[in-house]
Design a protein around this ligand. Structure first.
Ligand code: TPP
Length: 634
């Protein structure tokens, strides 16, 4: 029998379905998501938790006229399946396929693109004001999780929305989880509501009142009645109401009938900011994900990863554990990413020295700065893309005061399947311009541990940036040692060209040099290690003897490592050189595997060799023929 899903080409096709058909559709959606995402990789548990909520939203509201703004966008797969993208769903997160997040270019049903958390209420409020100024009357609904709502930006937006008093609907999708259990006082408050037995009784009585209401009764009056009657039980109400919102809930996010009833009421009667508290189960309907929502928050693509070789994140965590044993002042801070940073081993031994601060990157950095003023040695474990959020905190709170905070920057460079919103291709640029900050990138996982050790010992602000994924499989030294700050190393000698490579680009540059050697071109390869300060004496010495210089980095060329080298060469008056900068062009990088993207941007060995060869015009055509020939036989 054909699936119901086959007939859903737009949200309009949902409207005539019976309750039984909707239940059937919910099951089909879950099945589709489980089978696809276990293959493509992606955010599994979060999507399974919002199946009924998404169906109800699309039945009650009229997208794209009404705007549904998904926070983060990682839970938008059901929305994608219901808004005309089901045929392409198998291409989720694949190169050239659907994005794993909401994306304005992808569909008119995605009024706001996302990937980073906690933007939905601000964006939705902006739409509300645009609507009101233009005299229109569509609805704007922000859907935000209990993790994302803890961020400062969400509170700034809620505060402003309450102040403006305009008609905005915020749905709090409360599953008690961020990636790990949500942290903080608000999370505690919400969990009291979810689990308070007395409140459950109140909910049952409240439901009876709702069903007894005459049709069309004003929702505001309804919530007043409930509030008057059971005020002492509605613990979270004061918070939202003090912020200027009408609070409704909590309601069961897997009961389609209740969801539709309440959403319809909200749609018809809300005339000010309204927060609807919906309780869902992360991973709903797939028992492995329900029982381990942390593990199933994001699953890897089939065949992805290299289980044998330790990842950079694992080596980071092992090093932290080792250093924490020796150095009692060391503390580690993570903004809601303890799993991604593999911090469980450190937390298990030093629970009082690992701080998950929630999705609060700005707070994480200034919190660390405060710790450093009192003699602690804070290590902020953070993804490159999320540190962008805390740029001013880096400058104003850490570097301006020259405080010894260590930044362990994971997922630097091309990250792959998460795409445009998550590529770590800007950090070298935004870090290099900050006075006092040392910026380093290891050539492999062994050097990572030494650079982390160096950073902890350094007594100054220092960032160590490393890539996503498995290391190179090199042996990890038993003893840690400091690496002199600002010192690069020459890994290979050759007189025709000097390749100065940073971090993850060192290994492919060495391979490229070997390829070039077969063409009679001998390259010096330098592991730059530091992009701030640069190894000026080494670069000046090399540029004095070698007339062709190539820089390689997985970062945008603007303001990157190559740009710093150019500046140095310019300042040193080396205008007689041929210089080429290899890196990311001035654009946002799509999703796709790291291998595909590195090949596309010429950052693998083949691509680097090809670009170096452009400095040797006489050899180019012969070399390209060779590369093409290889590709054909491969
Ligand atoms: C600024 C930022 N920091 C961290 C993340 C990584 N991240 C993606 S989803 C997520 C958890 C979101 O939790 P919640 O909002 O409760 O949604 P749920 O997955 O539980 O439905 C986190 C921390 C991010 N996307 N953006």
């Amino acid at each position: 029998m054909p699936r119901l899903l086959e007939k859903i080409d737009s949200p309009a096709d949902l409207k005539g379905l019976s309750p039984a058909a909707l239940e059937e559709l919910a099951a089909e959606l879950r099945h589709e998501i489980i089978t696809t995402v276990t293959n493509t990789g992606g955010h599994l548990a979060s999507n399974l938790g919002v199946v009924e909520l998404t169906i109800a939203l699309h039945r009650v509201f009229n997208s794209p006229r009404d705007k549904i703004v998904w926070d983060v966008g990682h839970q938008s797969y059901v929305h994608k399946l219901l808004t005309g993208r089901r045929h392409e769903f198998g291409s989720l997160r694949q190169y050239g396929g659907l994005s794993g997040f909401t994306c304005r270019d992808e569909s008119e049903h995605d009024p706001f693109g996302a990937g980073h958390a906690s933007t939905s209420v601000s964006a939705a409020l902006g739409m509300v004001i645009a609507r009101d100024l233009s005299g229109d009357d569509y609805h704007v609904v922000a859907v935000i999780g209990d993790g994302a709502i803890t961020a400062g930006m969400s509170f700034e937006a809620l505060n402003h929305a309450g102040h403006l008093g305009s008609r905005l609907i915020v749905i709090l999708n409360d599953n008690g989880m961020s990636i790990s259990p949500t942290v903080g006082a608000l999370a505690k408050l919400l969990s009291r509501v979810r689990f308070n037995q007395r409140l459950r009784k109140v909910k049952t009585r409240g439901k009876k009142i709702i069903s007894a209401l005459p049709r069309g009764e004003d929702l505001w009056q309804l919530s007043q009645k409930l509030e008057d009657r059971f005020k002492e039980f509605f613990m979270p109400t004061p918070i939202w109401e003090e912020l200027g919102f009408t609070y409704i809930g909590p309601i069961d996010g897997h009961n389609l009938h209740d969801l539709e009833t309440v959403l319809t009421q909200v749609r018809n009667s809300a005339n000010k900011p309204t927060l609807l508290h919906v309780v869902t189960t992360k991973g709903k309907g797939y028992s492995p994900a329900e029982s381990n929502a942390v593990y199933f928050h994001g699953v890897s693509a089939k065949g992805g990863g290299n289980g044998e070789i330790a990842s950079y994140s694992e080596v980071f965590a092992q090093t932290m554990l080792r250093l924490a044993r020796e150095e009692p002042r060391l503390v580690v801070i993570t903004p809601a990413m303890p799993e991604g940073n593999c911090l469980s081993i450190v937390e298990a031994e030093f629970p009082e020295r690992v701080f998950d601060v929630g999705i609060c990157e700005q707070h994480a950095v200034t919190f660390a700065a405060g710790m450093a003023t009192q003699g602690l040695i804070p290590v902020v474990a953070i993804y490159s893309t999320f540190l962008q959020r805390a740029f001013d905190q880096l400058i104003h709170d850490v570097c301006l005061q020259n405080l010894p905070v260590v930044f362990a920057i994971d997922r630097g460079g091309i990250v792959g399947d998460d795409g445009k919103t998550h590529q770590g291709t800007f950090d070298i640029s935004y870090l290099t311009l900050i006075p006092n900050l040392v910026v380093a990138a290891p050539k492999d996982e062994n050097e990572l541990q030494h650079l982390l050790y160096t950073a902890v010992k350094s007594g100054c602000p220092m960032a160590v940036r490393y890539p996503r994924g498995a290391g190179l499989g090199v042996t990890l030294d038993a003893e840690l040692h400091e690496i002199p700050i600002g010192e690069g190393e020459v890994l290979r000698y050759g007189e025709n060209v000097a390749i100065l490579a940073l971090g993850a680009s060192v290994a492919p540059s060495l391979k490229a040099a070997n390829k070039l050697s077969t063409r009679g071109i001998e390259a010096t390869v330098v592991n730059a290690r530091f992009t701030r300060p640069l190894d000026t004496s080494l670069i000046n010495e090399l540029s004095g003897r070698i007339k062709r210089i190539v820089t390689v980095e997985e970062n945008v060329l603007t303001g990157g490592f190559g740009s710093s080298v150019n500046q140095l060469l310019h300042e040193s008056g080396r205008c007689d050189l041929q210089v080429k900068n290899v890196g990311i062009p001035d654009e946002f990088i799509e999703h796709g595997t790291q291998a595909i993207l590195r090949a596309k941007y010429g950052l693998d060995a083949e691509g680097i060799a090809k670009q170096v060869l452009e400095l040797f015009p006489d050899s180019v055509s012969e070399f390209s023929l060779k590369v093409e020939g290889k590709a054909k036989t491969a």
